[in-house]
Design a protein. Structure first.
Length: 191
């Protein structure tokens, strides 16, 4: 199992995973503005890319951050769990509510050829979240899902497929409930 893990990851990825676990443990629960500053500094080193003015609240758990790209003004609220194993792309001005789960890989569903499922590994599926998106509390974003720009995902929703631009979607499975007017981004400003 260890050899399989080492074959799937580069040395740089392994170092980042160790930093996520041990340094992340120190900073994950640090309260107040000092904690936000420390987490920002840590994830600036670990993310593939993270934009300006991004904040990560205490008790958010992020793993495999070497495969996460995020734009400016990302806010990840307390209790969120984000696994970037399969790759996650996040646009600008995204709000991720408390206790949101975003997964970008899954275990194989097909036959395991007699192997215990734990040894089969993960199947990566990229998740894309557009700009100016709000994901409500306790939502689940499943591997392979894409959320369009200017959309809102309702609290407790389970996103299993693509959500178009400029909609309000909710439910399990998540469905479009309302189409919004497209919002234009003002020059040099935040929507």
């Amino acid at each position: 199992m260890l050899l399989s893990f080492l074959r799937r990851h580069t040395l740089r990825q392994i170092v980042r995973l160790v930093m996520e676990e041990y340094i992340g443990l120190l900073f994950r629960f640090w309260p107040g503005y000092e904690g936000m500053i420390l987490r920002r500094a840590l994830y600036k080193m670990l993310f593939k890319k993270i934009g300006k003015k991004s904040i990560i609240f205490s008790n958010a758990y992020l793993t495999h951050t070497y495969n996460i790209s995020a734009g400016n003004c990302l806010a990840i609220n307390s209790g969120a769990f984000i696994d970037g194993r399969g790759g996650i792309e996040i646009g600008d001005n995204v709000l991720i509510g408390p206790h949101v789960f975003i997964g970008s890989s899954n275990h194989a569903v097909e036959t395991t050829n007699g192997l215990p499922r734990i040894f089969v590994g993960h199947i990566p599926k990229m998740v894309k979240i557009g700009s100016n998106v709000w994901i409500g509390a306790h939502a689940v974003i499943c591997p392979g899902a894409n959320i369009g720009d200017n959309s809102v995902i309702g609290a407790g929703s389970v996103v299993v497929s693509d959500i178009p631009d400029s909609v309000v979607a909710c439910g399990s499975p998540c469905e479009v409930k309302k189409t919004q007017h497209k919002q234009l981004k003002p020059e040099g400003g935040v929507v």
